[in-house]
Design a protein around this ligand. Structure first.
Ligand SMILES: [Zn+2]
Ligand SMILES: [Zn+2]
Length: 373
């Protein structure tokens, strides 16, 4: 009997996802068939649903698919070293490999970037995107999850981790040595901010201050468990306490590094004010067409700031993420406990709960009780 699997189809901005059951087709040459382990819902997907990032439809959006290889041809297996049963992260980006950026090693910012999930879900083989129980991905876009790693835990930061790491790699390229910093501020404790503070604490930075607008006890506890030295919320602690704490930990100079992971346009103006002279501002978080804000550009000159934007990530960032994650297996339980799990067919509930601020990270899994690993 032909297998079937559920997919959640994006029908356009502000619309509920429609749920469709499609036949599982054989993987075309060069592609592998993956069975869902866990597929994260990203802040980007919320922006897509809210019409702030334009995407064609109908389509299966979702770009954080973690799955188990069910079908791969012997030729593709031989070329890639991947085999049926391997657990993988599927990366949706398809850089052209030929443009100036690709040739210079900046393929995350390819000017002719393609994606794997642009196909029409109503046309076989249907399963191009992440919000589904099955996925077809180019074999060259798969990164194997080490056997000792909990794949569902790795799914929590499958996109946020590489996103954060890519910004840090751009900082390294610009000559910034993380280990020499003694104070860092992370604006926003969504998945990117949480991973960034874990990375900063692991780099040996003594004072990693996490900031959030809304008080959320679950996120506060997780930020502390992952390595934040202080977590402050504007709602509970207030702006004065934020400013005072940054002054205290930096001997009145301002932070060595500020990492913008909130996506709130106002955070950018605030972040400029938190930095010391020659401080570094990493800005991967402003990922939607939100509002414009006024800034005082002279702050950049007077403080001689270094400001680096970061967008997307490369396959090598995903590999570095998995290697980093696998070395911190002690945190797997805390990370996995932060995930709210939903069946693919419950996707509209998941988006409602995200909108209501009830979740740290939503994962679509085969059964809502928790993903298989
Ligand atoms: Zn994402
Ligand atoms: Zn390119």
């Amino acid at each position: 009997m032909q297998q079937k699997a559920w997919a959640a189809v994006f029908e356009g901005p502000h619309k509920r996802f429609s749920l469709k059951e499609f036949d599982v087709c054989s993987a075309p040459e060069g592609m592998a068939g993956l069975r869902l382990i866990a597929s994260g819902i990203c802040g980007t997907d919320v922006h897509i649903k809210n019409g702030k990032i334009p995407v064609g439809f109908p389509s299966i959006i979702g770009h954080e698919f973690v799955g188990q290889i069910e079908e791969i041809s012997p030729e593709d297996s031989g070329r890639s070293g991947l085999t049926a049963g391997d657990r993988v992260i599927s990366v949706i980006a398809c850089p052209c490999g030929e443009c100036l950026l690709c040739r210079q090693g900046d393929d995350a910012n390819c000017v002719r970037m393609g994606v794997t999930n642009a196909g029409d879900p109503d046309v076989p083989p249907h399963f191009f995107g992440g919000f589904a129980e099955y996925n077809l991905s180019p074999v060259q876009n798969l990164v194997k999850i080490p056997a000792e790693t909990d794949a569902a835990a790795a799914a929590v930061f499958a996109c946020a981790g590489p996103t954060a790491i890519h910004a840090f790699s751009l900082a390294r390229q610009a000559g910034f040595v993380l280990g020499e910093a003694s104070s860092a501020v992370v604006q926003g404790i969504g998945p990117v901010g949480l991973f960034a503070l874990m990375y900063l604490a692991s780099a040996g930075i003594k004072n990693v201050i996490a900031l959030t607008v809304r008080e959320n006890p679950a996120k506060r506890a997780l930020a502390l468990a992952l390595g934040a030295s202080r977590v402050l919320s504007y709602e509970k602690d207030g702006a004065d306490a934020v400013a005072q704490t940054i002054q205290e930990v930096s001997a009145g100079l301002g932070a060595d590094l500020v990492y913008e992971a909130s996506g709130n346009p106002d955070a950018f103006t605030q972040g400029l004010g938190m930095l010391r002279n020659r401080g570094l501002y990493l800005v991967p978080g402003q990922y939607s067409n939100g509002r414009n804000v006024e800034i005082a550009p002279q702050t950049i000159t007077f403080k001689a700031l270094r400001i680096i934007g970061s967008s997307q990530y490369s396959m090598r960032d995903v590999r570095e993420y998995l290697s980093f994650f696998t070395k911190r297996r002690g945190l797997e339980a805390a990370i996995r406990s932060a995930a709210s799990c939903y069946a693919v067919r419950q996707i509209n509930d998941a988006f409602d709960d995200m909108d209501a601020g009830l979740t740290v990270k939503c994962l679509l899994v085969p059964s809502p009780g928790g993903g298989q690993t």
